[in-house]
Design a protein around this ligand. Sequence first.
Ligand SMILES: Cc1cc2nc3c(=O)[nH]c(=O)nc-3n(C[C@H](O)[C@H](O)[C@H](O)COP(=O)(O)O)c2cc1C
Ligand SMILES: CC(C)CC(=O)C(=O)O
Length: 357
Amino acid sequence: MNPVDVADYAEHAKATLAGDVLGYLDGGSGAEWTLRENTAAYRRIRLRPRVLVDVGSVDTAVDLLGSSLAAPLGVAPMAYHALVHPEAELATVKATGAAGALFVASMFASTGLVRMAQAATGPLWMQLYWLRDRGALLELVGRVEQAGYRALVLTVDAPKVARRARDLRSGFTLPPHVRAVNLDAELMAASHVAEAGVSAIERHSRERFDPTITWSDLGWLRERTRLPLVLKGILAGEDARLAAENGVDAVVVSNHGGRQLDGVPAAVDALAEVVDAVAGRLPVLVDGGVRRGTDVLKALALGAATVLVGRPVLWGLAHSGAAGAEHVLRLLREELEEAMALCGRPTTVEVDRSVLG
Ligand SMILES: Cc1cc2nc3c(=O)[nH]c(=O)nc-3n(C[C@H](O)[C@H](O)[C@H](O)COP(=O)(O)O)c2cc1C
Ligand SMILES: CC(C)CC(=O)C(=O)O
């Protein structure tokens, strides 16, 4: 059966991927309460359409940090696309460009950052974790700048990677052919060895991520790069205000897809607080639980500038490579277009909180 919505791709992934890979992809931390909330919260938000509006043509385009996107959609940074398809990030980068969306590469991408840049036909950002070895961090930033990436996304919700029961139960480790090729060999090695009670992925963070960084360290990075700096993993209005005061260019409201602190609200439920706190000083993106075009519309209505999509893109990639990933993004865009028409809001600038019931 040909998939007709994201749920079909999710089902296909569940039926076909190896158990440990599926667990790493679909799983969350703790009791997975936040993971479930991310999708459940969208189902609780209702739409409030206006009628007899000319919706003969609907335009989903937005501008974001100097780039224009055909739709307010991006691919969230996700490690190791090679886990689900041999073409890995090359396929997802191409798919994203074809769909007119933004691609955020993970620091743990399984494809070289220059090869990703060469395959890109749209805007490309790079996600970073702050490494204890600042020399290695800066060296990577230099290569990212050189390759033409347009922004750095610093993930701030993972001073350490949280315990994820599915990975511990399955003993998940990376197969030998899947590597974080943009990082040094020593760092990569940790991800291939599981220890009792610590998953291979957890070891990355324990050994290499710097859990001591604070707001005062951001200036150090700011001074050393000309790229816009985006913080990913903001859930509190106070932190969003601090971001604006510390020269950050955008924030992503995110709970890491329910993979970090379990018990925090769904990303969409934290969105309004952050949007209100920044009061237009910076664009606010959101990710977590977006599975339908109506979810994108709800996030836009609450003030999101763009929505990032995580797991659905990997489900599409697992299903049929670049074609599947592109179809997932196109489905979301088409569903958004339909929802905008049926809500009587033919352009994204007309989407505000009055869309919500
Ligand atoms: C398999 C997987 C790998 C991820 N890897 C990263 C990563 O390397 N860096 C990061 O900042 N976030 C990472 N995330 C979190 C995503 O960027 C994003 O916040 C989350 O997946 C959004 O939720 P969704 O999957 O419900 O759309 C990962 C998520 C998944 C599912
Ligand atoms: C390699 C990991 C740190 C990637 C990640 O952020 C995740 O699995 O959620």
